[in-house]
Design a binder for this molecule. Structure first.
Ligand SMILES: Nc1ncnc2c1ncn2[C@@H]1O[C@H](COP(=O)(O)OP(=O)(O)OP(=O)(O)O)[C@@H](O)[C@H]1O
Ligand SMILES: [Mg+2]
Length: 404
């Protein structure tokens, strides 16, 4: 409903317009007045979408009234009315902030059309302004696994570096493994600021405070570290995790979370806030079984299939299950495989220097770069349609190996 106020010194004109507009189902006269001052008062009280003002009125004239409304209540659109078809009048009305001009006596169809038109103009202007103010939010990618030692931290850190190298955007890696997080040690960062500092001030937190708690790494990425002691993890609630990630989205283009391997409300909080859920499995049957269960949990909780991806870590490991068999068992295609590397990751962890920095050409790093490229393309909307996932042969994950 478009809300209209009519201001004219002639009582008769006002009631006439009111009567005519009452036949228009989308227009409602919410107030009337017979002079400028009273008109201003009614507009202030009713906040109409459109006000029709007679240009010639005793006391405060139409032009002054229009100028006051345009300046103090820009959401209200003014249409000027006059008996004179004079270009100079029109020009002065426009300078006073009027959006359109109507000749009296009003042609009701013309008047209704103009009221709708100025209202729509205002709406689209507001929409454009809102879109311009809307910040471009960063994307959150969470790497997690149902089992410890799967390579989550290794992948999260190297993925953050690959994303930075590939996109040149602002990247932060968040240690979501709150009790025994390794991001700090693997990046050789020793800051005192951690995610716990944000969690205890979550009510006052904004994007810049969240960003200040991150620590710069020489590669150009930043890191939000886990609390220094396992017991401090308790300071961080699931709600805090969500809000911290929301705040980081405002300062960073890409937020990579090391989600760890504990399925609890903290991980679910991070997953809730994530655009991409990267589920990691190693190529051994206990891990694949757990990945299958994790997929079932994600399904049950309603996490969209398009948001999640399976990754096989330590692929090609001796005696490991083949990737095709893992895919068939889990009923989904792997987004990528991260090859097994018996020296690189452990050396990197021991030296606190990520592989992507020291040996970017290594197959592991190239695989991580491929993940970075695929995710970037997907998040930019340029994704190729996913291949048809292989159908599971049996009901459960164990069935492939005859355990089921
Ligand atoms: N692709 C890989 N090939 C061989 N070893 C790897 C690979 N990725 C990680 N590792 C090694 O496996 C171990 C576990 O890796 P990482 O710490 O990244 O896993 P995680 O899932 O974060 O473990 P946690 O659950 O303990 O946090 C480390 O010793 C690491 O060096
Ligand atoms: Mg880890």
């Amino acid at each position: 409903m478009i809300r209209v106020v009519v201001v004219d010194d002639s009582v008769e004109v006002v009631s006439n317009i009111e009567r005519l507009l009452s036949f228009e189902p989308d227009l409602e006269v919410v107030g009337t007045a017979n002079d400028g001052e009273a008109g201003l008062q009614v507009v202030r009280e009713t906040h109409p979408d459109v006000v029709l003002i007679d240009i010639n009125m005793p006391g405060m004239d139409g032009l002054t009234t229009a100028a006051t409304i345009s300046a103090s209540m820009p959401a209200t659109q003014v249409i000027m009315m006059s008996v004179q078809d004079d270009l100079d009048y029109v020009r002065r009305a426009m300078i006073a902030g009027a959006r359109d001009y109507l000749l009296k006596p009003l042609d009701i169809d013309d008047a209704a059309a103009k009221i709708r038109q100025v209202y729509e103009m205002r709406k689209s202007k507001l929409a454009v302004a809102a879109a311009a103010e809307e910040p471009v939010l960063g994307k959150v990618i969470t790497v997690f696994s149902p089992r410890g030692g799967s390579g989550c931290t290794t992948l999260a850190i190297n993925l953050a570096l690959a994303l930075r190298a590939f996109t040149k955007r602002k990247v932060v890696v968040v240690d979501g493994a709150l009790q025994f997080g390794d991001v700090g040690v693997m990046l050789n960062l020793h800051g005192t600021r951690t995610i716990a500092d944000l969690a205890v001030h979550v009510e006052e937190m904004d994007a810049s405070f969240a960003s200040e708690m991150t620590i710069a790494h020489q590669s150009g990425i930043r890191a939000l570290l886990a609390p220094p002691k396992p017991e401090n993890a308790e300071l961080v609630s699931a709600d805090a995790v969500r809000r911290i990630l929301q705040a980081l989205r405002h300062s960073f283009d890409l937020v990579v979370v090391d989600g760890g391997h504990v399925l609890n409300d903290l991980l679910l909080g991070a997953l809730d806030e994530s655009d991409e859920l990267l589920l990691l499995t190693t190529p051994d049957i206990p891990a694949i079984k757990s990945a299958g269960l994790m997929l079932e949990v994600l399904d049950a909780l309603g996490f969209a299939e398009e948001k999640r991806a399976l990754l096989v870590s330590m692929a090609g490991r001796r005696y490991g299950v083949k990737v095709e068999d893992i895919e068939r068992s889990l009923g989904c295609k792997a987004l990528a495989t991260i090859p097994y590397d018996d020296a690189g990751p452990i050396l990197a962890a021991n030296q606190g220097r990520p592989m992507y920095e020291t040996d970017p050409e290594a197959p592991l790093c190239q695989a991580v770069l491929a993940v970075a490229r695929k995710l970037t393309a997907k998040m930019a909307g340029g994704e190729e349609p996913p291949a048809e996932p292989p159908k599971p042969k049996g009901k459960k994950v164990f069935s492939l190996w005859g355990h089921g």
